[in-house]
Ligand binder design. Structure first.
Ligand SMILES: [Zn+2]
Length: 282
């Protein structure tokens, strides 16, 4: 029987990561997210798989029909914040407003509760976790152990458990990172999925699972879009991060989804959606 993994999508546009193009001008850029999301949905349906979509609130407000369709197909809708700003760069009040706005927008669109959150660029903080719980979230999936990326948070350098209770009724599901010598190499997806050859990536997933860990995969629509406009002002490093391996990533994703039984986080951990005393609608 195929091994189970969690499949997650950070649903955002090619221009919404905030590095080069500011939110005030997002409306001026070509939206490309829809056709890629439909391709992902088709692939998941073909393999009887489910996913969690961490949706950027700005996109949900522009394309509510898309979010409703994803939800109607049985996938989980979770939050990727509203404006894609790095959590550690925000005041507590701004962060609270951002996640509240994103949660309420998504809940209005799908008519159901949203309990999961992933921080833009995994930029979570300890105080951010407190505020998530206060705002009615039940889990966060924003930690990449180690310090491998200049934007990633340094919240936890090493975790004993990839899935753990942070506090009463609040859980963290971290992204996988393989220990090789003294370094921890991120192994969750995104640019790393495009970078590593598929067989190596698959080997890493199996190693992670064989050590008793839950595996979480993530991908962005732009990781699967070879024709996206190139951002000229990107540094060389950012160009490699964003554009390497775009030609083969769809084929690799097909291999992954055919090989592993992909589930949403809600399906993998159903108890998370059964927690009571949440603040929906308040
Ligand atoms: Zn993002």
């Amino acid at each position: 029987m195929a091994q189970s993994i969690m499949f997650t999508v950070d649903l955002e546009e090619w221009f919404t990561d905030g590095r080069e193009i500011q939110m005030a001008s997002w409306d001026n850029y070509e939206s490309r997210v829809e056709s890629t999301v439909y391709a992902i949905l088709e692939l998941l349906t073909k393999h009887n798989a489910k996913a969690t979509f961490f949706v950027l609130g700005w996109i949900a407000c522009k394309k509510p029909h898309l979010i409703q369709e994803i939800f109607a197909m049985g996938h989980e809708i979770a939050s990727h914040g509203f404006a894609h700003e790095l959590v550690y760069s925000l005041s507590k009040e701004t962060f609270r407003n951002d996640i509240r706005k994103s949660k309420h927008s998504l809940e209005d669109i799908i008519g159901a509760e949203v309990i999961g959150y992933r921080a833009p660029c995994f930029s979570m903080t300890h105080w951010g976790l407190d505020i998530l719980k206060e705002e009615g979230f039940v889990y966060d999936s924003s930690v990449v152990p180690g310090s491998f990326h200049d934007l990633y948070s340094k919240l936890y350098n090493k975790l004993e458990q990839p899935f753990f209770k942070v506090k009463e009724q609040f859980w963290e599901l971290s992204l996988p990172a393989l220990s090789i010598g003294n370094i921890q190499l991120p192994w969750g997806g995104g640019g790393f999925f495009r970078l590593y050859p598929y067989l190596l990536f698959q080997y890493g997933i199996q190693k992670w699972i064989s050590e008793g860990n839950p595996y979480v995969f993530y991908i962005h629509p732009y990781d699967l879009d070879p024709n996206q406009p190139r951002q000229a002002n990107f540094s060389l490093l950012n160009k490699i991060r964003r554009y390497y391996g775009l030609q083969s990533s769809r084929h690799k994703l097909e291999q992954l989804v055919s090989q592993f039984q992909c589930k949403s986080i809600a399906e993998y951990y159903p108890f998370l959606h059964q927690i009571e005393n949440k603040n929906w609608g308040t």
